[in-house]
Design a protein around this ligand. Structure first.
Ligand code: LFR
Length: 492
């Protein structure tokens, strides 16, 4: 089967992009045709996504894709959309969006999980969903909205990629990799959980029928055709619409025994499994069992990730300081090792704000001297992340009974050479870094698979490994120094 051209829209927490991807049995190449900022908006009722702006960005990007594919002459074979998980829009009986979707970092879910677990105990909830307890899981957001007028008027809940798909095609569905992040989904059965819905008094009708990666999600509405110049017959394909699921689909692993860290705003660190691991131990360690392509499970934990760095840079930019990354990373590389360490998953770091001040406060609270300059602050963030990567992968191996022989770092953070080297040093494992655009590649590959131009998961991975530039790191330095550092910050 021949090569084909696809459009992949990938929305991240700080920017969205539309890529044109060429894929075939021996070919895989991406071109970015449009990138636009994703800027959350604080309203009096909380922090929101500008979802109309994002949709417009997708339309503009599809217009660019249509024009660039026109040059390649075979046109766009299909369109796919992925984004972060958990967040949703509500539609009323007429299919109109009710209000602006909330940002998962909005503070209104504080304390909600504890309240909800009085109605449905945490152990029982986890036993069904296998989902790690993050304060912003969809189920907790819905509990925070309970009793409000919007939820009362709502007839349909759509996760962000499903909402954008609905605007493109008019079809309603719930893509399964994203549905598995809601806390309303039965991990083993792979369906919405009637047990959870009943216990929480959530109407079953609110949740659309499931779609799976590769399913057809309709063709373009007339307004979309005129806005983009794409033919009306262009299909939208349900990809692994949870960005992490797409990224893991494109991990260039060529054998077993691999772990992955999808490094972006978050570090999603764990393993791909054929069956979920749902036990008291996995719950205590806060491991999730989210759905991947081909019925796989992503057994992982969310580590706070490069959010700590990007939010630090945002603060420094606000102070008028230079925030070019390369010189800061050079200073960090020269800074004294293990001078100050934090647990990146401390809840203090979750909400937007002055991260350098919160790091200093954490250090003061734990009897450490706070980082004295900006290089030291960046070093503190990256070493702390490497320690969290190490702890998370060790726990994943232990809980699943798997051996890890190699760590694949994918996503934008895989460009950060210092983070990759520190992760290799901390884990004592070889690290393969790249591709940085794993999510968009996974998006394209699932579309290509659906059209039969590439094979199954192992073939997709071989194709990524054969076509994308990768960087290799070997563990260096003194392992015992990392053990001691891990003990110091409680990450052993
Ligand atoms: C990564 C991600 C994570 C999810 C978080 C919030 O972009 O999708 O997998 O836990 O964002 O949705």
């Amino acid at each position: 089967s021949a090569t084909a051209t696809f459009a992949a829209a990938d929305l991240g927490a700080t920017s969205g992009r539309v890529m044109v991807g060429r894929a075939g049995p021996a070919e895989l190449a991406l071109t970015e045709v449009h990138r636009f900022p994703n800027r959350p908006v604080a309203l009096p009722d909380g922090l929101h996504w500008d979802v109309l702006g994002l949709y417009q960005g997708v339309l503009d990007g599809l217009g660019h894709a249509a024009r660039s594919a026109g040059i390649a002459s075979d046109g766009i074979a299909s369109v796919g959309i992925d984004s972060w998980a958990v967040d949703y829009g509500l539609l009323d009986a007429e299919g109109t969006l009710l209000g602006n979707p909330y940002h998962y970092r909005d503070g209104r879910t504080e304390g909600v999980a504890d309240r909800l677990h009085r109605a449905l105990p945490a152990g029982e909830h986890y036993g069904i969903t296998g989902l790690q307890r993050l304060p912003f899981n969809t189920v907790f957001q819905l509990a925070a909205a309970a009793g409000g007028t919007q939820l009362a008027a709502a007839r349909t809940l759509l996760m962000i990629p499903d909402l954008l798909t609905y605007w493109l095609t008019g079809t309603v569905g719930a893509e399964s990799t994203n549905a598995s992040t809601t806390g309303l989904f039965d991990a083993r059965a792979g369906t919405w959980s009637d047990a959870v819905l009943d216990r929480l008094g959530i109407e079953r009708a609110l949740l659309p029928a499931l779609r799976h990666p590769g399913d057809n999600a309709g063709t373009l509405l007339p307004g979309v055709v005129s806005a983009t110049g794409l033919p009306a017959s262009t299909p939208v394909t349900a990809v692994a619409s949870h960005d992490t699921a797409s990224a893991v689909a494109a991990v260039p692993a060529t054998g077993d025994g691999f772990a992955y860290i999808s490094c972006g705003t978050w570090s999603l660190a764990g393993l791909e499994l054929d069956a979920p691991v749902i036990s008291e131990a996995s719950r205590a360690a806060d491991f999730t069992n989210e759905r991947g392509v081909e019925g796989t499970f992503r057994f992982l934990r969310n580590v706070m990730g490069l959010w700590l760095l990007s939010e630090t840079l945002r603060r420094w930019a606000g102070d008028g300081l230079p925030t070019e990354l390369a010189p800061l990373l050079e200073q960090a590389a020269r800074a004294r090792p293990f001078a100050a360490l934090v647990d990146p998953d401390d809840p203090a770091f979750l909400s937007p704000g002055d991260i350098p001040a919160r790091i200093a406060a954490y250090c003061a609270r734990t009897g450490q001297t706070p980082p004295q300059d900006r290089g030291a602050t960046v070093r503190c963030v990256l070493e702390s992340l490497a320690l969290a990567h190490r702890a998370t992968l060790r726990t994943a191996a232990e809980l699943s009974g798997r051996d890890i022989r190699v760590v694949h770092m994918v996503g934008g953070g895989s460009r950060n050479e210092l983070l990759c080297q520190l992760t290799s040093d901390a884990t004592g494992l070889p690290v393969v870094a790249g591709p940085a655009e794993a999510t968009a590649l996974g998006n394209v590959l699932v579309q290509a698979r659906s059209l039969g131009v590439v094979g199954e998961r192992a073939d997709m991975r071989r194709l990524v490994a054969a076509t994308q530039p990768l960087r290799h790191y070997r563990p260096a330095g003194d392992e015992s120094a990392w053990s001691a550092a891990a003990r110091r910050v409680g990450l052993d």
